[in-house]
Design a protein around this ligand. Structure first.
Ligand SMILES: Cc1ncc(COP(=O)(O)O)c(C=O)c1O
Length: 442
């Protein structure tokens, strides 16, 4: 029996219709990604995924942390339908329409920090990262960009030059953008410089300040430091507050622009609208996508007004700021501000406590970390050595799927807990119960 009614597995998995579709997928779709398990979804509502054979799954992946308001929230769907009847597309670089202006005004108002902001719209996280790189180079007249080992910023050529999460994401595609350098992130559970978090004074940043600056990347040649306020694909590492504070100081001292990639951390997922708010950081440029419009494609770059200055025609996008996506984003913001951000904070605390209780009983859980509904359960071969157990992660994801819980991984060995922000306590408890039974059987 499943722990909640939302889960209902009626066929062997994959069921007959799913199997047939997966065969066609193999034939016709580019096979650039091996999926963790064979889930073929026909429709979805709230936190429930319904597959093509009528099986129902509890969704703790949210389309990779995208469906902030849950699947097909009626308010978001109504906003999309109503907008679709009036204006589908116009192109915001050549014509004006209220939707982009309304959304820009709203995003500028809620962006962290007191400085006035301006907003640019694109279509994906990677495209917004590209925009941030171009803007930083244009405004500073400098070429170099610094990113972090473990970071993920997307897969287009500029974005992937910053991405340093897994070798497969870069293998075969070199040469990358020149003048991009990487330095250590504060991945304290597996510290890159072998310090203990209680006594460390953010020594991971010495590589940047003492080595890169004095050897290959003098600070006066660096346009931007691009950082995820919480490392996402790299394993949901929440840095110490001092890490981001010191980074902001370093950037400020050297005229380097601080770019916060809030593509995954943004839009309420961490229990604040933007993760930078937890750390008291005002980035010069902020990059947004994923949860912004509950699944409709749109991304944004929010920059300080003095920085968001282009040469006319120097940058643009045909689809950026699509009116239907803008309408979905406005409805999403209404719902987030109307209670979902608070729910993310509350459910995050509840999940963290429940998962830490699991950790006390399952030695394969080396670490449970996170903020709001961005939580990692790090699976290890040995608690002392903290050696990641990637094979176990694969088995856990697959068995959870068989029990009706849809999950994804992150880092090399983490179960990623990223449900829609509408998740309830009963659903959180059901997910923990499934993980408990899966881990008991491994
Ligand atoms: C932090 C971060 N930046 C950028 C991206 C790229 O976004 P997209 O896949 O929309 O290009 C991602 C995607 O996972 C991300 O997590």
């Amino acid at each position: 029996m499943s722990p909640i009614d939302a889960i209902d597995i009626r066929t062997s998995l994959p069921g007959p219709r799913a199997k047939a579709l997966l065969e066609r997928e193999q034939t016709w779709l580019s096979q650039n990604y091996v999926k963790d398990y064979p889930l073929v979804v026909e429709r979805a509502v709230g936190t429930t995924l319904i597959d093509v054979d009528g099986n129902r799954f509890l969704d703790f992946a949210a389309g990779i942390a995208v469906c902030a308001t849950g699947h097909c929230h009626p308010q978001v769907v109504a906003a999309i339908q109503s907008q679709a009847e009036r204006l589908l597309h116009l192109c915001a670089i050549d014509f004006s329409y209220p939707h982009v202006i309304d959304l820009a005004e709203r995003l500028a108002a809620v962006a962290p920090g007191p400085t006035r902001k301006k907003v640019y719209f694109a279509n994906s996280g990677a495209e917004a990262v590209e925009t941030a790189i171009k803007l930083a180079r244009l405004r500073t007249g400098r070429q170099k960009v610094v990113g972090f080992f473990g970071a993920f910023h997307g897969r287009t050529m500029g974005a992937v030059s910053l991405t340093a999460s897994k070798a497969v994401q870069r293998r075969g595609y070199a040469p990358f953008l020149p003048e991009v350098h990487h330095t250590h992130y504060a991945t304290c559970y597996r510290c890159p410089v072998n310090r203990h978090p209680d006594t460390c004074s953010i020594d991971c940043l010495d590589l940047l300040e003492e080595t890169l600056f004095s050897t290959i990347a003098p600070p006066d040649e660096i346009a931007a430091i691009v950082v995820e306020p919480i490392l996402g694909e790299g394993g949901y590492h929440v840095p110490k507050r001092e890490f981001l504070e010191r980074l902001a100081t370093i950037a400020g001292d050297h005229g380097i622009l601080l770019v916060a990639d809030e593509v995954q951390t943004g839009f309420g997922r961490t229990g604040r609208l933007f993760a930078c708010e937890h750390f008291g950081i005002e980035p010069d440029i902020m990059v947004l996508a994923k949860g912004i419009a509950s699944g409709m494609p749109i991304s944004a770059v929010v920059a300080k007004e003095e920085i968001m200055q282009w040469r006319s025609g120097g940058h643009g996008s045909t689809f950026g700021g699509n009116p239907v996506s803008c309408a979905a984003a406005m409805a999403t913001l209404d719902l987030l501000e109307g209670g979902l951000i608070d729910n993310a904070a509350d459910m995050g605390t509840h999940l963290l406590a429940g998962l830490r209780e699991l950790q006390s009983r399952h030695r394969v859980i080396g670490d449970v970390r996170g903020l709001g509904l961005m939580i990692a359960v790090d699976l290890v071969k040995d608690r002392e050595t903290r050696e990641p157990d990637h094979e176990l992660l694969d088995r856990v994801l697959h068995r959870a799927f068989e029990k009706g819980l849809a999950l994804l991984g992150c880092g090399t060995s983490c179960i990623r807990i990223a449900p829609p922000l509408v998740v309830t306590k009963a659903e959180a408890d059901a997910a923990i119960a499934i993980l408990d039974s899966v881990l008991s059987g491994t």
